[in-house]
Design a protein around this ligand. Structure first.
Ligand code: GLN
Length: 452
C-alpha cells in the first residue's frame, strides 16, 4: 500500500461518515494527496511508525495556507501565513494532515456546540454531544475517519471528549509541547495533545510532537524521553492514589462503578491503590473560570477588526469598527468569557477575584505535590457523567461549567493526565483519568497500557 492509497481510503471513509458525524470544518484533500505523493516518491521510512499516518488537526492550530477558524465567525476566512510549531513536527515525522476539525468557538465550551459552523455528533449515539472543546478531534478518531488527531486542553478539552467518545486522549505536562501557533485561549493553561484509539499509538504521537521551542516562552527545556519505553514493564508495586473528592457528589453511579472496577483491575495487576485527598479541588471550577476568562479577555483583544479577522461592513467610525466587529464576530459564550474576565481584572475587583484565584491555584497545585510525594499516579473518573444530549446544556452555562470539575485541577497544576476508556453505560463510553507527576507522561502510559 502506498501513501496515496492510504489517503484515498481515508477520504473515502471521511466522505462516507461525515454527513452523520460532522467532525470537519475543512478537509484538505489536495494538500494531503500532494504530500502523500511526495512521500511515495521519497520512499517511506519503515522505521518511522508515524510515516504516512493521516492526522486531523483541531482548527485552533494554525496551518500555513490552510484555513484556520477556531470555529469562530471572527476567523471564518483566515488563512495563516505560517505553521504552528506542532505542525512542523507533524510534517517532520511524515504524518499527513487531512483537515481541520470542529471545536467550541476559541475552545470555550464542553460540547462543541459553541462552534459558529456546525454541531458535531457523538459517533456512538448521534443524539449525544461528542464533548468539547476538541469534539471534532475526538469524533473523527472515534468514527474511524483518522487514526490520530490533535486537540488542545485548557480545562479538559482533550480528556473530556476522549471520555465521551471512548478513545485515548492525553493532556501532556504544561510546557511539553510548544503552544506557538495555537490560537491562545488561556495561556497559562493551554496545552496541545494527541487523540488516538490505543495507548501505544498515543505514546508514539507524543514522541513526535514534543520538545523545546524557543518560540514558546513557557516551553520546557526538559529532555523528551521515549514515551513507549515503559509500556511493557509491569506495574507491580506502583502506588496509585484515588482522591476521595473525585468519587463524591455529582459523579453518576454508572461512572463511579466503572472506576471502582478499574481500581480492582489495578489491584489485580499488582498496584497498591489507596484513598488520598485533594482538599482544594472543590474550588477548581471557580478558580479556573476566573483565571481562564481573565486570560481569554486579554488574549482576544487582538481581534479588533483591523489587523485580521472579521470586520463589520457597517461601521462608520473607529470606535464603531471595534464594537461592531467584535459584537458581530464573537459568539455568545466567547462574549460571556470576555465580560467575566474583564470584570475580574478590573480595578476594585482584581484583588478579590483574579489575585485570590491565583492564590487558591497555588493551593490546588500543592495538593497534587503532596499526593505525589507518596504516589506515582492519581486515578479517578474523567467526567461526572457520560455524554449528554445535544442542546441539553446550551442555555445553562453553569451546568456546562460544572462538567469540568474533574479535569480543570490538572491544568491549574500543570501536570499531565490521560483519559482512557474503562467501560460503557447504555451504549456510551466511560473515561478513566490517570494523572501523573510533572513530565512523567511515561508512567501514565505504562499504567494505561497495562489496563488496556
Ligand atoms: N470546558 C472548559 C471551558 O469551557 C475547557 C475548555 C478547554 O479545555 N479548552 O473552558
Amino acid at each position: 500500500i502506498t501513501a496515496v492509497d492510504l489517503m484515498n481510503a481515508t477520504f473515502d471513509r471521511i466522505e462516507a461518515t461525515e454527513d452523520k458525524v460532522g467532525a470537519f470544518i475543512t478537509v484538505s484533500k489536495e494538500e494531503a494527496l500532494a504530500l502523500a505523493k511526495k512521500l511515495d516518491e521519497k520512499g517511506i521510512d519503515e522505521s518511522n511508525v508515524l510515516a504516512a499516518m493521516p492526522i486531523g488537526i483541531k482548527d485552533n492550530i494554525v496551518t500555513k495556507d490552510i484555513k484556520t477558524t477556531a470555529a469562530s465567525k471572527m476567523l471564518e476566512d483566515f488563512i495563516p501565513i505560517y505553521d504552528a510549531t506542532v505542525m512542523n513536527k507533524v510534517y517532520e515525522s511524515d504524518m499527513i494532515p487531512v483537515g481541520k476539525l470542529n471545536m467550541d468557538e476559541f475552545a470555550m465550551g464542553g460540547s462543541t456546540e459553541t462552534s459558529y459552523f456546525k454541531q458535531t455528533k457523538n459517533p456512538w449515539d448521534l443524539t449525544k454531544v461528542p464533548g468539547g472543546s476538541s469534539g471534532g478531534s475526538a469524533a473523527a478518531v472515534a468514527a474511524g475517519q483518522v487514526p490520530i488527531s490533535l486537540g488542545s486542553d485548557t480545562g479538559g478539552s482533550i480528556r473530556q471528549p476522549a471520555a465521551f467518545t471512548g478513545i485515548v486522549g492525553m493532556k501532556p505536562t504544561y510546557g511539553r509541547i510548544s503552544r506557538f501557533g495555537l490560537i491562545a485561549f488561556a495561556s497559562s493553561l493551554d496545552q496541545i495533545g494527541p487523540f488516538t484509539r490505543t495507548v501505544k499509538d498515543n505514546a508514539y504521537v507524543l514522541n513526535g510532537i514534543s520538545g523545546y521551542d524557543a518560540n514558546d516562552s513557557m516551553s520546557a527545556k526538559t529532555e523528551v524521553p521515549d514515551f513507549t519505553a515503559k509500556l511493557n514493564q509491569d506495574i507491580k508495586g506502583m502506588k496509585i492514589g484515588v482522591p476521595k473528592e473525585y468519587l463524591q457528589e455529582g459523579v453518576a453511579e454508572d461512572v463511579k462503578n466503572a472506576v471502582l472496577e478499574a481500581i480492582e483491575t489495578y489491584k489485580k495487576l499488582g498496584a497498591t491503590v489507596e484513598e488520598v485527598s485533594l482538599p482544594h479541588s472543590k474550588y477548581g471550577i471557580a478558580v479556573y473560570y476566573i483565571i481562564a476568562s481573565s486570560e481569554a479577555s486579554s488574549n482576544l483583544q487582538r481581534f479588533d477588526g483591523i489587523r485580521y479577522g472579521y470586520r463589520s461592513p457597517e461601521a462608520k467610525s473607529l470606535d464603531d469598527l471595534y464594537v461592531m466587529s467584535r459584537s458581530e464576530g464573537f459568539g455568545m459564550e466567547v462574549k460571556r468569557r470576555i465580560m467575566l474576565g474583564t470584570f475580574s481584572l478590573s480595578s476594585g475587583y482584581y484583588d478579590a477575584y483574579f489575585k485570590k484565584a491565583g492564590q487558591v491555584r497555588t493551593l490546588i497545585k500543592q495538593d497534587f505535590e503532596k499526593v505525589f510525594n507518596d504516589y506515582d499516579l492519581i486515578l479517578g473518573p474523567t467526567t461526572p457523567t457520560t455524554a449528554f444530549n445535544l442542546d441539553e446544556n446550551m442555555d445553562d452555562p453553569l451546568t456546562m461549567y460544572m462538567n469540568d470539575i474533574l479535569t480543570v485541577p490538572v491544568n491549574l497544576a500543570g501536570v499531565p493526565a490521560i483519559s482512557i476508556p474503562c467501560g460503557f453505560s447504555n451504549g456510551l463510553p466511560i473515561g478513566l483519568q490517570l494523572i501523573g507527576k510533572h513530565f512523567d507522561e511515561a508512567t501514565i502510559y505504562q499504567a494505561a497500557y497495562a489496563f488496556e
